[in-house]
Design a protein around this ligand. Sequence first.
Ligand code: SAM
Length: 215
Amino acid sequence: MANFFDNLRSTMRGMSPSEVAECYTKWTENGQYDKDMEARNFSAPSILADEVAKCFPVTRDKIKIMDIACGTGLVGEKLAAYGFTDIDGLDPSEGMLNQCKERRHYKKLYQEFCGDNQLHIDNGKYDCLLVSAGIGENHIPCSGLIEMIRIVKTGGLILIATRKEFKEYVGNDIDELDTFISEMESANKVELIERRDFAAYSAERDGILYILKIK
Ligand SMILES: C[S@@+](CC[C@H](N)C(=O)[O-])C[C@H]1O[C@@H](n2cnc3c(N)ncnc32)[C@H](O)[C@@H]1O
């Protein structure tokens, strides 16, 4: 049990995107994904929701939020508890999205991959975009940030929570994400407002939170 999450990730190496999505669908059988996340005290959804609540202290029902790689909707549940009601989600996995629908916190759910493809979403639609545990090998590549930036308004925010041991976990180095964000800063697309470590992302592993402002 202790290594379940790690083992599952390593079995995803070399899989095609659709195989990864199917792998997540299987993981939702009997609510197993949520049970496993609870058992590991997976904190990324709460960390993100706490930050969004600090960033948007008033008229939360008017804030348009996109949850990329929304999975079963753990982030939406935390956001709803803070009074956010205008939340959309995107994920390629049918099984994850089915459970997300059951939570009833999301207005619109897109079954799509985020990556180098163009999303079926208009420019500047959202005030805020979140990614909890979605960036990495066989998941969203760092270059997926380009599309995320496109669909958030000027002055809007992107918040990303990822595991600190990015390299051992998914094969990429966290440096790759840092480098990509620096390139986006140099291109005057975003400003990095905050990059901070936090404890207990999942079980005993630490996480990193990024907050980016769209220029
Ligand atoms: C570890 S789960 C995280 C789910 C949710 N954000 C949470 O915090 O519980 C990773 C999610 O990323 C999704 N995913 C994988 N590849 C993706 C891609 N290219 N674009 C968007 N989502 C992707 C999976 O289907 C899965 O739901």
